[in-house]
Design a protein around this ligand. Structure first.
Ligand code: F6P
Length: 347
């Protein structure tokens, strides 16, 4: 940290928006500590952008003191609460948000969230002239330009822990499980968890598309039958949410109908969003919070903090949301061409 102690920024607004992610509290704490260091006040707005546009939530806005962020680094969720805010898609909502920020004499707005939250920031540019910065907080890891988003590592760990437990009971009964993982429309969680759990199959947006459904079903049926013939053991398919029409439950039903294969579906769901952030997310969130405040002091705006090759960097909000970050090709190739084949062979 440099020793610049004075800045023209006097007051920052801070909110968390969209799906909460483990490590958001660590980021809140870091923004508040860094701002305090530079003698900047931080006002916390509650319930995402609703905190800027709805009377009852605007009334909750309060200064975030050092005391308020004490003892929160290890907590999942977000002390500022979160929400998705429909009004931010409308001119009326954007104007309300700008009015609130002006009324409260805010110089800069910091939003911790994902692509939907950053689209809100971009839209707000036309209504409010203060500085704006995004801190990437989403378990989906789908924001382009940053190696990782806050919450992804913890969500992957949570998925791994859950599937390791499923593996125990699956082994005991030599059962087939289909486990559905979060990630919205991206397979970062699915591929990483699948590989770390030695899943026999990984089904995600990156290796399957919906019009191949019937051939994929046939292929799965053949591979499962072969694997079960070759070795008596459990079999785990991990599948990305929003991929197979009807999800894990429907895939299990179709495998039963088509090939008389019994599978147990399991939807991990929001369990992946909760829990205490692991070290990686606490540290990433802390580094990003400090970097965000320093960037604002340096006069930056309309950017997102990004981790690139282990260093803090910045990219424009436009760039961050233009494309979904793609899953590593190496990971996909290893799963498809080496690991998946090994799962079918005789031990
Ligand atoms: O973006 C985070 C995320 O958890 C996605 O993985 C998931 O698709 C979505 O949010 C679920 O949103 P909600 O909590 O509104 O159901």
């Amino acid at each position: 940290m440099n020793n610049k102690k004075t800045t023209s920024i006097k007051r920052i607004a801070l909110l968390t928006s969209g799906g909460d992610a483990p490590g958001m509290n660590a980021a809140i704490r870091s923004v508040v500590l860094a701002a305090h260091h530079y003698h900047i006040e931080v006002i916390g707005f509650y319930h995402g952008y609703n905190g800027l546009v709805c009377e009852e939530h605007i009334a909750m806005a309060e200064p975030l003191t050092l005391l308020k962020v004490n003892g929160i680094i290890h907590l999942g969720g977000t002390i500022l609460k979160s929400a998705r805010c429909q009004l931010m898609h409308e001119a009326k909502g954007l104007q309300l948000a700008a009015d609130t920020l002006n009324d409260k004499n805010i110089d800069a707005l910091v939003v911790i969230g994902g692509d939907g939250s950053f689209s809100g920031l971009l839209a707000l540019q036309a209504y409010w002239s203060g500085q704006m910065i995004g801190i990437p907080g989403t378990i989906d890891n789908d924001l382009d330009g940053t190696d990782y988003t806050i919450g992804f590592a913890t969500a992957v760990n949570t998925g791994i822990e859950a599937i390791d437990k499923i593996r125990d009971t699956a082994d005991a009964f030599e059962r087939i499980f289909i486990v559905e993982l979060m990630g919205r429309h991206c397979g970062h969680i699915t591929f990483n968890v699948g590989i770390a759990c030695a899943a026999e199959q990984v089904l995600s947006f990156e290796n399957f598309n919906a019009n191949e459904q019937s051939s994929k079903l046939q292929q799965l049926a053949t591979e499962i039958t072969t694997a079960k013939k070759n070795r008596h053991s459990s079999y785990i398919i991990v599948i990305a949410e929003n991929l197979w029409p009807g999800g894990a439950v429907e895939l299990a039903r179709q495998l039963h109908l088509q090939a008389d294969i019994e599978c147990t579906p399991c939807i991990l769901g929001h369990i992946q969003r909760g829990g205490s952030p692991i070290a990686k997310d606490r540290i990433l969130a802390t580094k990003m919070g400090v970097a965000a405040v320093q960037a604002l002091i340096d006069g930056e705006s309309n950017i997102m903090v990004a981790e690139q090759n282990n260093a803090m960097n910045f990219i424009t909000l436009d760039e961050a949301i233009k494309h979904k970050k793609v899953v590593s090709k190496q990971l996909i190739d290893a799963q498809q061409n080496i690991l998946a084949l090994t799962a079918q062979t005789q031990c």
